[in-house]
Design a protein around this ligand. Structure first.
Ligand SMILES: [Zn+2]
Length: 221
């Protein structure tokens, strides 16, 4: 899944706000990184040739990226290890709430991907591949992405007085997923897999920066 992960991040942020730890609020940008950490890692790994993906032409936009070898980022086993690492580090540095919320964020990536991927998500390193395959139904998958971010964002900001900034953030996400869904890939990302990984890396980094911007000052706009 793509922007849908951020929908879950909004949900997690709300749960974190309800906990009110003494250390202070967990920033939204950090929760954004946690829910997409697995993808950030996989894009780096692809760029450096550690993991491999392949482009295969398909009418269905969700099935154009074939995960050939993704044991280190997208296996449940590694996801659990990374989540455990995040849990221990943030628990030590910032307390229990930060550790738990951010490690749930990391683990959520695999679980949400499991709903949409066709069976190419490994359980242990490169073996036992699974996926419930919502991507086989392109329109449902498209609407699910949009629903997750809009509902998540609404749930978090409802009654907060913040409107314009979260709206811009979600509008950009919806624009991005619509571009993916309705338009063909440009040639550079069908032939060059490092570019195919680099572009979403930049876009996800942009969303993290925008999450920082949304919370930068709590002015009511
Ligand atoms: Zn993923």
């Amino acid at each position: 899944m793509y922007i849908g992960h951020y929908g879950f991040a909004f949900y997690l942020k709300k749960q974190a706000n309800n906990q009110k730890s003494k250390i202070g609020e967990i920033p939204l940008w950090l929760i954004f990184i946690s829910v997409q950490l697995v993808d950030f890692l996989c894009f780096f790994y692809v760029i450096f040739g550690i993991e491999r993906m392949k482009f295969s032409p398909n009418q269905n936009p969700w099935l154009r990226t074939h995960l050939e070898f993704f044991p280190y980022s997208h296996s449940l086993f590694m996801g659990a290890i990374i989540a455990l690492f995040v849990l221990l580090v943030f628990w030590k540095l910032k307390g229990k709430v930060w550790g738990i919320i951010l490690s749930i964020g990391v683990l959520s990536h695999w679980v949400i991907d499991f709903l949409v991927h066709t069976p190419d998500l490994p359980i242990f390193l490169d073996s036992y591949k699974v996926g419930l395959g919502l991507w086989q139904h392109p329109w449902i998958a498209f609407l699910a992405e949009i629903l997750m971010v809009t509902l998540g964002c609404y749930y978090l900001y409802k009654g907060s007085g913040l409107f314009l900034k979260p709206f811009i953030l979600v509008a950009l996400m919806v624009a991005l997923i619509s571009r993916m869904f309705f338009l063909q890939d440009t040639e550079i990302v069908t032939t060059n897999m490092a570019m195919r990984a680099f572009i979403p890396l930049v876009i996800n980094s942009l969303f993290v920066a925008l999450a920082y911007w949304v919370e930068r000052k709590k002015e009511r706009i």
